[in-house]
Design a protein. Structure first.
Length: 168
């Protein structure tokens, strides 16, 4: 079979294994229809305010949450990045993502976002989370943090939370 794409970027494709056939194209399995608006919902929040915690329990990071409405079962990709540092030598900053009250994966304990001392050693870090088979409905996705010693402070500056809802 010889195929020609409308934009001319591919002139001839010879498919010998029958993966694409007239029957498969006729059932609209292969189309040139573009995705509908919001076919893959996307949500984001950015904040640059300086926030600090000395909590050894997980608490919400201020202004780092999004509310979403899903109209179908979805797999959520949760992408978080932040400028962060801790004050105390040997201190550790941990983060996790919550979808309503469910801890997103990887949820085997906590993820270390930053482990060092000193304001002059801050940096930017990124952590990716996911939660599969989330039913249609309304959700709040938020990032929480905790620092291990409690005797010093963990800090965050610029931070961004992105949530992408892919069809499950």
């Amino acid at each position: 079979m010889t195929a020609r794409l409308v934009d001319g970027s591919v002139i001839n494709i010879k498919i010998a294994d029958g993966a694409v056939s007239t029957n498969k194209i006729a059932d609209r399995a292969v189309t040139d229809v573009k995705l509908a608006p919001d076919a893959i919902p996307y949500f984001a929040v950015y904040n640059a305010s300086l926030v600090s915690t000395s909590s050894t329990s997980f608490v919400d990071i201020p202004d780092t949450a999004v509310s979403i409405a899903l109209n179908r079962k979805s797999n959520l990709l949760i992408l978080f990045n932040a400028e962060a540092w801790v004050d105390g030598a040997g201190d550790e900053l941990y983060v996790r993502a919550l979808v309503n009250s469910v801890v997103a994966n990887p949820n085997s304990g906590s993820l270390t976002l930053f482990t060092t001392a000193g304001d002059s050693q801050h940096g930017s870090y990124a952590v990716n989370f996911y939660l599969e088979d989330v039913a249609a409905g309304a959700y709040t996705i938020k990032i929480q943090w905790s620092e291990i010693l409690g005797a010093s402070f963990a800090h965050m500056g610029d931070r961004t939370l992105h949530v992408i809802a892919l069809p499950a």
